[in-house]
Ligand binder design. Structure first.
Ligand SMILES: NC(=O)CCC(=O)C(=O)O
Length: 278
C-alpha cells in the first residue's frame, strides 16, 4: 500500500481571508490534480508568524472560520487535511493547535504543541515568545489512514527524539510536523532533524514549512520535505510556494525494520523510554 502525501508550502500573507482561500485552492489541486490522499499545511498558516498577528487570528476549534474552511475543503475534495496549525482560543487561553480533517469533513485529531519554547531560535533572535503567548498542550495526537497510524508534532517538537519515539511505540509509521523555522536554523538543522527522526524510528517523516518571504519578520526557510524510514529525503521543495508530492511505499517499513532490527535490540535493562499518556 502507498500513501500519497502532499505538503503545501504556502506563501503566507497578512490577510487571513487570502491565506484561507489560497490554502483551499491548493488543497483542491493536491487532490484533484496530484491525487494525494493526505494534504498538509504549515504551522500558523493563516497569519504571519508574529505575536501581534497571531493573537489577531485566534479562533475557537471547531467553530472558527479556519476550521469551517478546512472541514469544507476536506469534504468537498474527499481528502485528509492536516491543517498545519492555527492559534486556538479556548477558555481564555491560546494554544498552537493542529487540526486534522477526514474526507467526510469530520475532525479526526487535534494536537496542541506540547513544548514550552522560550522564543529564541538558533540565531539567538527572539521571534514569538511562545511561552508567553501560548499554553502548552499535554497530549499526543494520532490518526489513521487505512492501516497507517500517523503521529503529529509542531515545529520545535521535532527536536525531541523521545517524543518521536513515543509515537513509534504507539505504532505510528509516519510523523507529520507542520513547522516555521527561520533561515539560519533551517540551513543547519532542518534536514538533519527530519533524517534523524526518520532513522531513529524507522518511520516516514514530513516537515511542512511556509514559503520563504523575505519581507516577513521571521523569514521561513521553506524546503518542506519527506524522508523515508532509511533516512533518505524522497522529496523536497525549493523555497517558493509549491506543492511537494511524495509516495510513501509502506512496505519499506518492514524491510528496514527487518534489516536493521534496532527496536528489537534495545537494552531495556540499561535504558527505557517512559511514555506518559496524560
Ligand atoms: N516555530 C518553531 O517552533 C520554531 C522552531 C525553531 O526555530 C527551531 O530552532 O527548532
Amino acid at each position: 500500500m502507498t500513501i500519497r502525501i502532499a505538503l503545501i508550502q504556502l506563501r503566507v500573507v497578512e490577510s487571513k481571508e487570502k491565506n484561507l482561500k489560497n490554502a483551499c485552492d491548493l488543497i483542491r489541486i493536491s487532490k484533484k490534480e496530484k491525487e494525494a490522499n493526505v494534504v498538509v499545511l504549515p504551522e500558523c498558516f493563516n497569519a504571519p508568524y508574529t505575536a501581534e498577528m497571531l493573537r489577531d487570528v485566534a479562533e475557537e476549534i471547531p467553530n472558527g472560520e479556519t476550521s469551517r474552511a478546512l472541514s469544507t475543503a476536506a469534504r468537498d475534495f474527499g481528502v485528509y487535511v492536516v491543517g498545519g496549525s492555527i492559534v486556538e482560543s479556548c477558555g481564555g487561553r491560546l494554544y498552537n493547535t493542529c487540526t486534522v480533517w477526514g474526507p467526510e469533513g469530520d475532525l479526526v485529531a487535534t494536537y496542541r504543541k506540547v513544548v514550552k519554547r522560550k522564543g529564541t531560535v538558533l540565531s539567538g533572535k527572539t521571534t514569538v515568545a511562545e511561552t508567553k503567548l501560548f499554553t502548552a498542550g499535554s497530549q499526543y495526537a494520532t490518526f489513521t489512514v487505512g492501516e497507517t497510524r500517523i503521529g503529529l508534532g509542531i515545529c520545535w517538537d521535532m527536536r525531541f527524539a523521545e517524543f518521536a519515539t513515543a509515537y513509534r511505540t504507539m505504532g505510528c509509521d509516519l510523523l507529520i510536523y507542520p513547522a516555521v523555522c527561520d533561515v539560519p536554523t533551517g540551513e543547519q538543522h532542518w534536514e538533519l532533524l527530519a533524517k534523524a527522526r526518520a532513522l531513529d524510528n524507522q518511520a516516514f517523516v514530513a516537515f511542512c514549512s511556509p514559503a520563504r518571504d523575505t519581507h516577513a519578520k521571521l523569514i521561513p526557510y521553506g524546503h518542506s520535505l519527506v524522508v523515508d524510514p532509511w533516512g533518505q529525503v524522497i522529496q523536497r521543495a525549493t523555497e517558493f510556494q509549491e506543492i511537494v508530492v511524495a509516495d510513501l511505499v509502506l512496505k519499506e517499513l518492514t524491510v528496514v525494520r527487518q534489516r536493521i532490527p534496532v527496536f528489537e535490540q534495545k537494552r531495556s535493562d540499561l535504558y527505557e523510554l517512559k511514555v506518559g499518556y496524560s
